[in-house]
Design a protein around this ligand. Sequence first.
Ligand code: SAH
Ligand code: SF4
Ligand code: F3S
Length: 469
Amino acid sequence: MTKEVIIQKRKLFIESYGCAMNFADSEVVASIMNEVGIETTQHEMEADIIFINTCSIRDNAEQKIRHRLRHLRHNKKQNKNLTIGILGCMAERLKKQLLEEEKLVDIVAGPDSYRELPQLLQEVEGGHKAMNVILSLEETYAEIQPSRLNSNGVTAFISITRGCDNMCSFCVVPFTRGRERSRNPESIIEEARDLVEKGYKEVTLLGQNVDSYLWYGGGPRKDFDKLTDDEKKESVNFAALLEKVAQVDSNLRVRFSTSHPKDIHDQVLHVMKKYDNIAKHIHLPAQSGNSRILEKMNRTYTREWYINKYNRIKELIPECSVSCDIITGFCTETEDEHQDTLSLLRECPFEFSYMYYYSERPGTLAARKFEDDVPEDIKKRRLAEVIKIQHEIANKLNSTQVGKIHEVLIEMQSKKNENEWMGRNEQNIKVIFPKENFNMGQFVKVMIDRSTTTSLIGRGISLVKKEFN
Ligand code: SAH
Ligand code: SF4
Ligand code: F3S
């Protein structure tokens, strides 16, 4: 089967689950497929290839995908030639097992094998099932220009690292995404420039742990102190990269995520402070407020250390918002230790948090070494308590913004009201306001009149003075 035959026949629908990195990867996949003449479609019934880019982070993430696959049987009945591919973390975690368990799946492709997708498709055309789940030490898809999918033309993701070397004991990511590696800074800057030329107004630099970004000329990551003098001279760390991206265009708003508390240093905070166009928000997952649990999680910091980091951010950049991830009911967590998480929320008020109860993931250190001994109803009750306090705090923080003016980038029409815009302020809080004469992609000064737990509501006053506004 030649590439041309694929070109004539095929339309691809990609559906993504999980974190922003998976969504960014789907855009790399779309670009690889476009190269061999396969166009993407937004309508699944029109597609003859469906790729599902999957997440394994918690059991319910995988269940959701299993459920979706059951629905796809219907599509396959309608179109006998339909090819179904499972990409991403669940593909990597389950490998061949996925082909055995889910009979309608034709392709299983892990996160580092997307360049092979055209070949895998050809194998399927030849009547075989096809799989590639080899993880790489080098692959960063650096030179591939992502095809922006479902884009609003205003905000875009740029991947800067892949994989994770941290080995938090609860987490499946190091197994599904492999070793951490940083992408060539030139290709990152090039992508940011290209987005500016295309009219984008905001980029988010993505990695599981962006602050450990380190480029020194190629190859898998080494610690800075293990580099040769020459490598050190040409090396670029995250603070330097962030500065380079901020310099691409002073009108481009720059965000980044996620920051591991152990790796975000003053140097990064100083760069944030120096550049007006770097949004003042840090996603700084704590996971727990208790030092014994943090040690068991292998997070490599204590409660006190986390609080100091939080305070340092506020000291250097008082207007910076901080958001968090919390897990309740991790192995052996006692009621008192759970109380420490609640008190951390009070001590370090977060503008918002993503909160979960612990879900054991096969193969992780916690699954192998610790008993998942907190009953599910207790995990869920603790989660409800965490959510309640976090909502109270977010409500309070948001209410202090009433009467203040925020710079908001318009991202889309509000989901609830077609006469209103939805945008975000620098602190990454949603802001809703009447459309009036404002347009998508404009930075607007908005006076805040009201607030809820998750958003600020106000009215546009004027455009922010920028070249393109
Ligand atoms: N790299 C990021 C997080 C990636 S996963 C970091 O280090 O913080 C996103 C979030 O999912 C984690 O922060 C954690 O709160 C949650 N998570 C990961 N594994 C989990 C598990 N086994 N059970 C419940 N939540 C989990
Ligand atoms: Fe998972 Fe920890 Fe890596 Fe985040 S830093 S991806 S939680 S192992
Ligand atoms: Fe999920 Fe993989 Fe992201 S497990 S959270 S899609 S890295």
